[in-house]
Design a protein around this ligand. Structure first.
Ligand code: GRG
Length: 288
């Protein structure tokens, strides 16, 4: 069950992050990582490992490391020089609690701690660890996550090098789908499931990542702070390029539904109660 995996991840996150000297940095790192989030990415990594015959205990360090990388991107995204948000996961954002310098450093520290954890704590062959660290560097860096953030910032400043459609697609393939790809590809790699499965699940991760971002844009438009635990309506108010601002609410919903259908088609070939229930939940919220 999904809740069991979340509890497993939470227990391990706590265990992997003791507060040691100098406490300020370890507290700042642990704060955002352990605030209650959906734990979607670590769960996706564990579930993919299970689906293809791998041992989820061997995947736990990687799953937790992916949540750390995700938390890093949230901490930096909330900084005044980026999206300037005071709340995250229903609580004050990292820089609001620990100050800007510590928030920058906590993000940097999580970024480097994530692959360190994979190497030090995983009961996996060196070959698999090398592949996993490659995935971390590939999806977390300037070729994916950072590229998405840069184009997002550029587009907010009115600088569009490509068409609005291409720009929006580029931003979300890199800002959101990249970590879904990291999570799912890592699961396939840990299970040693081979290149055909890797390619197929990679397409699933891309579709799911985009669907999730369209969902996020729609929820930003139609939900409240209490429902999401973060400021809402900000994108609309700042004139930001989103699926809703570009296509309108109805067309954004159509795009979401079409991507989710593609996801079901792939996952039906490799049944997963957990992926099924995540897709069902997202679809049910958008239908309301
Ligand atoms: C220095 C590696 C590096 C990166 C910095 C700041 C940045 C580049 C990228 C920002 C990426 C970002 C914030 C993307 C948004 C993705 C997104 C939909 C986040 C919300 O994910 P949820 O809903 O959140 O899964 P929870 O809190 O449930 O985990």
């Amino acid at each position: 069950m999904m809740q069991n995996l979340i509890e497993l991840v939470d227990k391990k996150l706590d265990e992997y992050m003791p507060i040691i000297y100098p406490e300020d940095i370890f507290k700042a790192m642990k704060y955002t990582v352990t605030l209650p989030g959906k734990r979607l990415r670590p769960v996706m990594c564990l579930e993919t490992t299970r689906m293809f015959g791998g041992d989820i205990n061997k995947a736990l360090p990687t799953a937790c490391a992916i949540e750390m990388l995700h938390a890093q991107s949230l901490i930096h995204d909330d900084l005044p020089c980026m999206d300037n948000d005071d709340f995250r996961r229903g609580k004050p954002s990292n820089h609001k609690v620990f100050g800007e310098a510590n928030a920058v450093l906590a993000g940097d520290a999580l970024l480097t701690f994530a692959p360190q954890l994979v190497i030090e704590k995983s009961d996996l062959s060196d070959e698999i660890k090398l592949k996993l660290v490659h995935e971390f560097t590939k999806w977390g860096g300037a070729h994916a996550l950072i590229a998405g953030q840069v184009v997002d910032i550029e587009s907010e400043g009115g600088k569009l090098v490509k068409s609005p459609e291409e720009t929006l697609n580029f931003i979300h393939m890199n800002k959101t789908a990249a970590l879904f790809r990291l999570a799912i590809r890592s699961g396939v790699i840990i299970a040693s499931a081979g290149v055909n499965i890797l390619d197929k699940m990679d397409i699933f991760a891309q579709k799911f990542g985009l669907a999730f971002q369209v969902y996020d844009d729609i929820m930003d438009e139609i939900s409240t702070f209490e429902e999401l635990g973060k400021t809402t309506g900000k994108d609309k108010n700042s004139g930001k390029l989103t699926y809703v601002s570009l296509y309108g609410l109805e067309e954004a919903k159509n795009k979401f539904n079409s991507l989710i259908e593609d996801c079901y088609a792939i996952i039906n070939e490799h049944p997963s109660e957990i992926f099924g229930s995540i897709l069902n939940k997202l679809r049910a919220r958008i239908k309301k």
